[in-house]
Design a protein around this ligand. Structure first.
Ligand SMILES: Nc1ncnc2c1ncn2[C@@H]1O[C@H](COP(=O)(O)OP(=O)(O)OC[C@H]2O[C@@H]([n+]3cccc(C(=O)O)c3)[C@H](O)[C@@H]2O)[C@@H](O)[C@H]1O
Ligand SMILES: Nc1ncnc2c1ncn2[C@@H]1O[C@H](COP(=O)(O)OP(=O)(O)OP(=O)(O)O)[C@@H](O)[C@H]1O
Ligand SMILES: NC(=O)CC[C@H](N)C(=O)O
Length: 585
């Protein structure tokens, strides 16, 4: 009979893997295991699909990638023959021709256990049914005599689909003593509360302590915030790891009677706008670093969007990796040039002023014959934006710096940006931030510097940039409010249309002007083609453009803002229930 242990230590490796860098991720796993051994741990837990990176999208279907992941896992398994801590590590796994999202237990020189994800998320940003086979519900794995349940991320979320298994219930029924959950759970505002309530539900049902471990990284448009935690069986918070930072933390469980308990550090968590800002920083930092850019460059207009992007870039990369360029034209106010210079000075970045009149005039001269007798219109405005875009891309080509594009969510929603102009760029840190929040984040950053930010403390964005009315300065005395409703009304309507998918009649009934709502809905619809060509950017809301909201470009449907009659069930001939069941197979 195995000896009944009264102490069990688990190291949580809240780490930042790089997609596809199997050797680099394995090296991180090794280093974490060295620290775990020094802490006297029995087991090290890694996030979901750690060896590969998460979400691997179609990369995980590549046979050579699957084979490389398997080889790395086997190498790590052999190393556990040294008698040090066991490892629970996420990996793709092929068995009998099927691909699984798996977690491998490596111990005693062997792959001592494998568990496959049962509940495959297939909504919002997730596509796992496209990629993986559903695993069977299974019992716990045994580590040093302790029975450990390993549900993988969505396996603890039961609300999303009727065909979900209650994996934790099965684990409890089959003797699990502690639940360890590897996650790849993307950040969205207030997501931490949702995760906690899911974990609380599973602990309430099972009575078992639960450790929730998340990765911390930016991966294209997703940010993973870490913020791992542990709950004891009585629902008390046993440990809370930091958000937006790596952490290797060992939790020491002790047994009293049949129950395991642990205590650990409790790190304070950023919330709301603080967390959104930190997500923008991490998303940009990892995109730039993991794609090998020496730094970034951006057009600094003296406006608030580029100012906020510049602050985020400096916080992410440091002032020596950020280059700002002011590209004035005849509509650029002297105060814009002064504000842009002041911003660059506060941030300590390399900064130039490159007037664009010569280039714009050159284009206009070339086109003068073609445009003869045609009145000036938005074409001339777009030429300015495109001249700026061309110059920024030229500097990017020459220096290797990536252009940061700066359109906020309000603009991306209504198509207020110029294709191949200010939409030029590789990545957009504020793509999912509405304009009203841009103002809030700019003010916030002047009074607070996030943990780990590389920029200066204090007032970095000149107050004039925050208080003056926003303008694209593409014609005389232009302000954004000439053609759009006030940003607080615009953003409220957009949030209802995009995040909540509310019908127009509901929005109008809530007190918004019919004509305005209809116009905003029209602009949102016709800008789909632009968004499809837009650079990726950090997701912070519950529904971003990109992975979350996938609309057809060619689309004639329009909500007319009228309440339609309720469905007429009397028209439907369904036949007998038995025939429906037979039809559904
Ligand atoms: N469905 C579709 N599929 C593919 N392409 C489509 C298309 N519909 C139009 N197009 C093409 O797109 C072109 C129109 O797009 P584009 O050239 O970008 O130009 P457009 O959207 O007409 O103009 C740019 C708008 O953004 C505003 N803007 C620009 C810059 C900065 C800011 C700011 O507030 O920060 C605002 C500006 O005031 C103007 O309202 C058309 O000429 C056509 O070639
Ligand atoms: N004079 C300029 N010099 C440098 N870059 C510019 C200039 N004007 C526009 N840009 C670039 O194009 C982007 C779109 O700017 P625009 O002024 O048209 O609208 P905006 O959305 O109000 O942005 P911002 O608040 O940064 O001014 C800016 O964020 C900036 O990166
Ligand atoms: N990787 C996953 O299975 C993540 C899904 C889960 N609902 C989350 O967002 O955290």
């Amino acid at each position: 009979m195995t000896e009944r242990l009264n102490a069990f230590a688990v190291t949580l490796a809240q780490l930042n893997p790089t997609m596809g860098d199997i050797e680099g991720n394995a090296a991180k796993a090794r280093a974490a295991r060295v620290q775990a051994a020094a802490d006297g741990a029995d087991l090290v837990l890694f996030p979901e699909l750690f060896i590969a990176g998460y979400p691997p999208e179609d990369l995980v279907q590549k046979p050579s990638f699957q084979a490389a992941c398997r080889a790395a896992i086997e190498a790590l398994a052999r190393e556990t023959a040294d008698g040090g801590p066991a490892m629970l590590i996420g990996t793709p796994w092929v068995e009998e021709g099927r691909l699984y999202n798996a977690c491998a237990l490596l111990d005693g020189g062997r792959i001592a256990g494998l568990r496959f994800k049962c509940n495959l998320p297939n909504y919002g940003v997730f596509d796992e049914k496209r990629l993986f086979s559903r695993g069977p519900a299974a019992g716990p794995v045994t580590v040093r005599g302790v029975r450990v349940g390993v549900p993988i991320c969505e396996d603890i979320w039961l609300e999303e689909s009727e065909d979900y298994e209650n994996v934790v219930e099965t684990l409890a029924e089959t003797g699990a003593e502690i639940i360890l959950v590897p996650n790849g759970s993307p950040y969205a505002r207030d997501k931490a509360d949702v995760r906690l309530s899911v974990a609380v539900a599973r602990v309430t049902e099972s009575g078992l302590p639960l450790v929730y471990l998340n990765q911390v990284c930016g991966q294209d448009e997703l940010v993973f915030d870490g913020a791992s935690f542990a709950l004891n069986g009585d629902l008390s918070l046993a440990a809370q790891l930091p958000a937006f930072a790596e952490s290797i933390t060992t939790l020491h469980f002790t047994r009293s009677g049949d129950d395991w308990r642990c205590t650990g550090p409790i790190a304070a968590q950023p919330e709301a706008d603080y967390a959104d800002y930190a997500a923008c920083v991490l998303g940009l930092r990892d995109y730039v670093a993991k794609n090998g850019f020496p730094g970034v460059l951006l057009g600094i207009s003296g406006g608030i969007d580029s100012a906020l992007c510049a602050a985020i870039a400096v916080d992410a990369l440091g002032s020596d990796q950020v280059h700002g360029v002011m590209l004035p034209y005849r509509y650029t106010a002297a105060s814009s040039i002064a504000d842009a210079g002041e911003l660059a000075g506060h941030l300590g970045i390399r900064y130039e002023v490159l007037p664009i009149a010569e280039a714009v005039t050159g284009f206009e001269t070339i086109l003068s014959g073609v445009f003869k007798n045609l009145p000036p219109d938005v074409t001339q405005e777009n030429l300015q934006a495109r001249t700026r875009g061309t110059l920024l891309m030229a500097i990017s080509n020459k220096t290797g710096l990536m252009v940061v594009t700066t359109g906020n969510k309000s603009e991306m929603s209504v198509g207020y940006a110029t294709l191949y102009g200010d939409m030029n760029g590789g990545f957009n840190p504020i793509k999912d931030i509405y304009k009203t929040q841009v103002f809030r984040l700019a003010s916030l950053r002047n009074s607070w510097k996030p943990e780990g930010a590389l920029g200066p403390a204090g007032e970095v964005i000149p107050p004039d940039i925050i208080t003056r009315p926003p303008t694209a300065e593409l014609r005389e005395n232009q302000t954004d409010q000439d053609s759009l409703p006030a940003y607080d009304a615009l953003d409220a309507i957009l949030e209802r249309l995009i995040e909540r998918e509310e019908p127009l009649d509901i929005i109008i009934a809530a007190g918004f002007d019919r004509e305005t709502v209809t116009r905003i809905d029209h602009l949102l619809n016709v800008a789909e083609y632009k968004r499809r060509q837009a650079a990726p950017g950090v997701k912070v809301t519950a529904r971003n453009f990109g992975r979350d909201r996938r609309y057809p470009i060619t689309n004639r449907f329009r909500d007319k803002g009228e309440q339609l009659a309720a469905p007429d069930e009397t028209l439907v001939s369904r036949g007998s229930k038995a025939s429906i069941d037979a039809f559904e197979g």
